[in-house]
Design a protein. Structure first.
Length: 304
C-alpha cells in the first residue's frame, strides 16, 4: 500500500509538471519546437500561429523544407545541424515571415536532444522576436538624412575592420571626404538644397564603394568617412579619384566654390598596413591631415 501511495504521488507530480510545462508552451511569447535529425518537426507550441502559412493540422510532422520558404528553411536547418553535430547550444538570428507578410527577426538558441543511450536524436529551438529591438538598434546607428551609418557605428566598426584587414593581409584605408565650401553653398542656395547635395554625395560614395566589406558613413555635417580594404595603396587612391571625378562629372552650380563654380569634393586618405595596429584617434588624425592637404592644394582633389 505504501508503494502504491508513492506511485500515485509520483503520477500526480508528473501530471502537475506536465500542466506547468504545457502552460509555458501555450502562453510564452516564444517559438518553441523540436525536430528530428532528418529535419521533421516533432513538436511546436501554439505561438507558431503567428507565422505565415502555419497550419496546425499539418505543421507537426512536416519537414522544415515543406513548412518554410526554401531560403529560410535552409538557414533554419543549417543551424539545427550545427547544434546536433557540435553537440552544444548555438545562438543565431533567424528570419521568418509572419501572417501579415512582414519579415521578423528572431534571436534563437538551438541545442541537441539526447535519447536514453545519450545519443543525439534531435534538436530543440527556442526563439524570441527581436524585430523591434533590432529596428531601434539600426535607427540608433543610421543617419536620418542620407541613410548611411553614422559616427557611432563608425566608432563601433573601426577596430573590427582593422582586425579583418589584418587577417586577410590587406591594407585598410580610412578615407575622409567633405564638400568644398559647403557653408557658402548653404548660405547661397539654402539648407534644403544643401541636404540634396549631401544625399548626392552619399549616393556617389556608395555607388563607387560597393564591394562586400566597403563601409560608408556620414560623420556629421558635410563630412563623410569610408573604410575599405585593398591590396595596394595605389588601388585606394584610384578609388578615391573615381569618387572625386564622379562628383565633378555632373556639375551642380556652386558660385561660392571658385574657380570651379560647381559642387566638388576633397578627400584625404590614411593607410593602415596589415602589420601595424593603429588607434582610431590616430588613424582619424592621419586622414584629417590628408584632407587638410587636399583643401590646401586647391580643393577638388585627393591627398594622402
Amino acid at each position: 500500500m505504501h508503494d502504491i501511495a508513492l506511485l500515485h504521488e509520483e503520477i500526480r507530480r508528473l501530471r502537475e509538471a506536465g500542466r506547468v510545462y504545457r502552460a509555458i508552451l501555450d502562453n510564452a511569447p516564444l517559438l518553441i519546437s523540436t525536430k528530428d535529425l532528418q529535419g521533421n518537426i516533432l513538436s511546436a507550441n501554439r505561438h507558431f500561429d503567428v507565422l505565415d502559412g502555419y497550419n496546425p493540422d499539418t505543421f507537426i510532422g512536416s519537414n522544415v523544407f515543406d513548412a518554410f520558404p526554401p531560403e529560410i528553411a535552409a538557414t533554419l536547418w543549417r543551424n539545427d545541424q550545427r547544434a546536433a553535430q557540435e553537440q552544444r547550444a548555438i545562438h543565431e538570428e533567424e528570419a521568418v515571415y509572419h501572417r501579415d507578410k512582414t519579415l521578423h527577426t528572431y534571436a534563437t538558441v538551438k541545442f541537441p536532444l539526447h535519447d536514453d543511450a545519450g545519443q543525439v536524436c534531435g534538436t530543440c529551438a527556442v526563439s524570441s522576436d527581436i524585430t523591434d529591438a533590432r529596428s531601434a538598434q539600426i535607427d540608433s546607428v543610421t543617419d536620418e538624412l542620407t541613410g548611411l551609418k553614422n559616427r557611432r557605428y563608425f566608432n563601433m566598426r573601426f577596430h573590427e575592420e582593422q582586425r579583418r584587414a589584418h587577417r586577410d593581409r590587406r591594407t585598410l584605408t580610412l578615407m575622409l571626404a567633405d564638400v568644398d565650401c559647403f557653408k557658402g553653398y548653404n548660405d547661397t542656395y539654402g539648407h534644403p538644397q544643401g541636404d540634396a547635395v549631401l544625399m548626392r554625395v552619399a549616393r556617389t560614395l556608395s555607388a563607387t564603394l560597393n564591394r562586400p566589406g566597403d563601409l560608408v558613413f556620414r560623420i556629421g555635417g558635410d563630412e563623410f568617412a569610408c573604410l575599405f580594404a585593398t591590396s595596394t595603396e595605389h588601388e585606394s587612391v584610384d578609388l578615391a579619384g573615381r569618387i572625386r571625378a564622379h562628383m565633378d562629372a555632373v556639375p551642380v552650380p556652386h558660385t561660392e566654390n571658385q574657380p570651379f563654380g560647381h559642387v566638388t569634393l576633397s578627400l584625404g586618405l590614411a593607410f593602415l598596413p596589415p602589420d601595424t595596429e593603429i588607434a582610431l584617434a590616430d588613424a582619424y588624425e592621419m586622414a584629417d591631415q590628408a584632407l587638410y592637404r587636399a583643401k590646401h592644394l586647391g580643393r577638388n582633389s585627393v591627398s594622402r
